[in-house]
Ligand binder design. Structure first.
Ligand code: HEM
Length: 513
């Protein structure tokens, strides 16, 4: 009995007393905004739930609050019972980056995606070993801008041939699940890059997947990855996860859905392990990554998993957004097609015409993608970071062990930095455009922290160069080879969005040119 009472008191403390105490404590700082609609247990998730109920994408409230939030350096929110300080202003971001690694480092909390990717670099502090593993990844995959790999390896032809295969398999004038198709496409591309010829097994072989009703289904690895990503997002949002984490992350595995998700995850990792260990492609990136001596076998598998998730979930969502905004603003599609035509990137042009340099010359294409990432970012916040000791940011003392994230949405809608931030105007990113000059004259100037789609600091996204190149090639190929229509309901929905975790699953109809 005493134990039950102690447990109830503990729950009341973490879900009610502590959040209210922290809200009171930080309300005394004029540069901290308290998240709205806070309610015990759910924390500020209520805002996301309200958006979904109103038929809008779950992160619309970030956009709606942006004009108010921009007046603060930080925002205090609660994810369930977890307090998180979001870095909002340029100064807060700058100080966050300066504190990097020593005073503030990546959190090791095993929650949601971080739990799914547990064992990889993602929820590990920035030690020498983690730095080396990140370097192994970026150098081998050539994800940094000075990439020898991207130059030497026929990455663009691979992207093009996968996109062409996808288009060949797409039926005309029938509803197509766009997110599913884009995820499949980037998954295939990324895995060809990672595993070369071994891809065949990866794409076609079926593996057992345990469903929530206890039945087992035979599905492809790609399907397992898609389902698992969704399951771990749900785990992240569940108050039960927060409670159980207090008893140690491994206790999760005694209960469903955690036990089942872990089993499915182990199937996935087992398959990757078997593909790499029996690989005939000794020179494949996956094999080389697997060959590094400074990591254990489990760490290598987990690092492969993180690049597979990072490489497919994110870019596919960005592509859906890009296609949507092209249709929403038809003049952008006309302008983009004209630019591509000028570079000789047209239907039936020889695949060897599609050179990286040509795509780099497509200023409008770059600006368009930047604008999509501004109005509808794929990721709205970084992974969780934590203070290693009492730290000050913008003169606010933050105790040891406090969780921190970078807010990646507010600055996109800051009217001090952007002219007409609510409008979709790709030209705002083109220094030579009239609109850019007009913005400048109106005193709107961006700084290095205004755009944050890939995070900042030593643990920012190592895949950004690869991601942007991939999005450019696929988008350019698609718009030159198909016409497409979204459903009217989606076109008219002003609250639609396609970032990670979106509830929207748009259907398109295509006709091949
Ligand atoms: C549109 C595409 C993408 C977006 C918007 C994106 C965004 C992000 C963001 C916001 C982070 C967190 C940074 C932080 O916590 O400070 C991240 C981390 C990461 N991303 Fe990406 N990403 C994309 C594509 C990719 C690709 C293609 C890869 C392939 C390798 C990748 C691999 C990673 C990895 C490994 C991390 C963890 C880095 C670490 O823990 O040190 N991402 N990404």
């Amino acid at each position: 009995m005493a134990l039950i009472i102690a447990f109830v008191i503990f729950l009341v403390y973490i879900f009610v007393v502590r959040p209210y105490y922290l809200r009171w404590k930080y309300s005394r700082y004029s540069n901290i905004m308290l998240g709205k609609k806070f309610i015990p247990v759910l924390g500020n998730f209520k805002q996301a739930i309200d958006c979904i109920r109103a038929g809008k994408v779950h992160y619309t409230w970030y956009k709606e609050e942006a004009e108010e939030v921009k007046n603060f350096d930080m925002k205090l929110n609660f994810e369930g019972c977890h307090p998180i300080l979001y870095m909002v202003s340029k100064t807060a971001c700058e100080e966050f980056v300066k504190h990097g690694r020593v005073d503030i480092d990546r959190s090791t909390v095993r929650l949601g995606f971080a739990e799914m990717l547990h064992g990889s670099i993602v929820n590990k502090c920035t030690t020498k070993n983690i730095f080396q593993r990140r370097k192994n990844m970026t150098q081998l995959l050539g994800l940094n801008s000075a990439s020898r790999y991207i130059k030497k390896f026929p990455l663009i032809p691979k992207i093009l041939s996968c996109t062409r295969n996808l288009l060949d398999s797409m039926p005309e004038q029938k509803p197509i699940d766009l997110l599913q198709e884009m995820t499949e496409l980037v998954f295939n591309i990324f895995n060809e890059v990672l595993f070369g010829k071994d891809i065949t097994e990866l794409v076609t072989k079926l593996y057992p997947y345990e469903n929530s009703d206890g039945t087992t289904e035979e599905v492809t690895l790609r399907e397992i990855l898609i389902r698992l990503s969704r399951c771990y997002i749900v785990q992240h949002l569940s108050p039960l996860t927060s409670i159980m984490l207090y008893f140690g992350a491994d206790t999760l595995y005694y209960l469903n859905p955690y036990k089942r998700d872990k089993k499915n995850l182990d199937t996935f990792k087992g398959a990757i392990r078997s593909i790499v260990s029996t690989s005939k492609e000794t020179n494949s990136i996956g094999n080389k990554l697997y060959g590094f001596s400074d990591t254990t076998e489990e760490e290598k598998i987990c690092d492969l998993l993180v690049i597979m998730v990072g490489g497919s979930e994110t870019s596919s969502h960005s592509l859906v957004s890009c296609l949507y905004f092209l249709k929403k603003h038809p003049e952008t599609l006309v302008k983009l097609r004209k630019e591509l035509e000028k570079e000789g990137l047209v239907k039936d042009s020889d695949l060897s015409t599609w050179k990286r340099e040509k795509l780099q010359d497509c200023t409008y294409l770059s600006c368009f993608i930047k604008e999509v990432m501004r109005v509808d970012p794929t990721v709205i916040e970084t992974f969780i970071y934590v203070t290693n000791k009492e730290t000050k940011i913008c003169n606010v003392p933050i105790p040891k062990g406090f969780q921190i994230r970078l807010d990646m949405m507010t600055s996109n809608y800051d009217s001090d930095k952007w002219l007409y931030p609510e409008k979709f105007i790709p030209e705002r990113h083109d220094f030579d455009s009239e609109f850019y000059q007009k913005s400048k004259q109106a005193g709107k100037v961006q700084d290095v922290y205004t755009r944050r789609p890939f995070g900042h600091g030593i643990r920012n996204c190592p895949g950004q160069t690869y991601a942007i190149l991939e999005i450019k090639v696929i988008l350019a190929y698609l718009v030159t080879h198909i016409d497409f229509e979204f459903e009217l309901e989606d076109m008219n929905n002003e609250g639609i969005g396609f970032g990670l975790g979106t509830q929207f699953n748009p259907k398109i109809h295509i006709s091949k040119k």
